[in-house]
Ligand binder design. Sequence first.
Ligand code: MG
Length: 445
Amino acid sequence: MDHLHDDVIRKVADHDVRFIRLWFCDIVGALKSIAISPADLETAFTEGIGIDGSTIEGLTRSYESDMLLRPDPSTFELIAWRGTSNATARMMCDVLTPDGEPAASDPRRVLRDQLSRAEDQGLELFVHPEIEFYLFQEPYQVGEALRPIDRAGYFDHVHRGNGQDFRRLAVEHLEAMNIQVEYSHHENGPGQNEIDLRYADAMTTADNIITLRTVVKEVALGLDQVATFMPKPMVGEPGSGMHTHLSLFQGGKNAFHEPGAEYGLSRMGRQFIAGLLRHAPEYCAITNQWVNSYKRLWGAQEAPSYICWGHNNRSALVRVPFHKPTKGTSSRVEYRGTDSATNPYLAFAVLLAAGMKGIEEGYDMPEGAEDAVWELTDRERQAMGIEPLPTDLFRALDNFEHSELMAETLGEQVFEFFLRDKRNEWSRYREQVTRYELESTFGRI
Ligand code: MG
């Protein structure tokens, strides 16, 4: 047994841990969890813990339902909101087939494969996400009007506001679980907040996002609030994006940085952006996986709808943020398309694959767009070569289905399951008669 396993077993004894939760995700990035007792830890590390995967979205094919969970000892943390006596801990798990092979359907496996492809070229992906979400008052029943916890806006300081208490507790819990928070603030929408995590390698960041969603939901419930990461919960108010800052490191150095270059951005950085832009229509179904995601993308309010990049342009899909000239390590690419309800493992895998394609094939970065792309006419946008993102999940899935890059990146099983699952979601949506249709049509004709 290696020393990481020993460390975990020692911590379990030191903290009097009563339960260890084994965490993993289904294909849409929803957290799944089973609890084991400390006595089963050693078996979990050596053999894995058997589960019936057949009821988990996308995890197994119909003829194979037995799966194994193998905890990753480097992710052991006490669950902050469960207190320190008789504590509960968690570890993220890899999902394995009964013969111990990585399961094709495990989102962590998809990301790991993509990361090791980059590693073969000496590159490591670092990510810093800005995670937006809304807080509403409890109790909430689906179908009722939503009641945001406040009416504040961007960066507002709300005196004795519920949002402040919320953010303080959420950040404390995250830090207690070894997740570094860069900053947190009120966002533009009523009851909308944002928490930004510090740069970390892509796998750690994806694990941290799953934990953050759980912490946010738990803390909210403790304050009689309900949190949602849904991309566009309210008509006419901003959606919840997850702007994703990406950079590739090579031999300990930021490979996107070139001193003296425009925006400090290296050739590799430019090619990466070109790859992100060219393949955006194909991977959009992954970064924006819900019917509701497209209400955000096409609802303005600083969400991107067009495929272009800019420096100061917050309506662009990709932004090259300001970097401190003295800090070469901070050169990065901000992808603004992703929403807060994505599966982060799959999203980072497809963003990396698109960027790497740009590097491998030496794509040229198109001209930047510094005008607010929203304010241009369709004709002006066309003249500049700026295409729209897919306008709904149906169109996004069409592009996805014809993408070799997506089939290759996700592997056949995830690719096909995702397509089937999401086409079903679209069909169910299409069957609905909405309040909008009744209000706008019923009395008119
Ligand atoms: Mg924001």
